[in-house]
Write a protein that binds this ligand. Structure first.
Ligand SMILES: [Zn+2]
Length: 117
């Protein structure tokens, strides 16, 4: 998975601002993630799944991102269900929201190499 550095930095900044709440959204781009859509509204524990499942379709969406305010960037059981339904590349961002705590996964929850470009 490839993502533009400025896009990843913006996402990390939003994660920090939202802490301790979880945030999430949709990643956009074809070969490289070059933009994202932050889901609107307030975020609470586990609410992100419902919102992601109810999203309209974006033609250049590649997958999702969301933060893990309380844990490692490892997908939960609910995350795996989400990944399977919402695209081919997903980011999970663990506290303290630095680049080292960002992990990429495919739609089946397998780790993908993450390249920041
Ligand atoms: Zn999660």
């Amino acid at each position: 998975m490839r993502i533009k550095k400025e896009v990843l930095e913006r996402i990390l900044e939003l994660c920090r601002q939202a802490y301790p709440n979880e945030i999430g959204g949709i990643l956009l781009g074809k070969d490289v993630v070059r933009d994202f859509i932050l889901l609107p509204g307030e975020y609470y524990r586990d609410s992100i799944y419902m919102q992601l499942h109810n999203l309209p379709i974006y033609p250049d969406a590649v997958g999702t991102f969301h933060s893990h305010p309380r844990g490692l960037p490892v997908p939960s059981q609910a995350d795996l269900g989400l990944f399977a339904k919402t695209g081919r590349e997903h980011l999970v961002i663990g506290w303290p929201y630095t680049e080292e705590n960002v992990r990429a996964y495919d739609s089946r929850g397998r780790r993908l190499p993450l390249q920041v470009v």
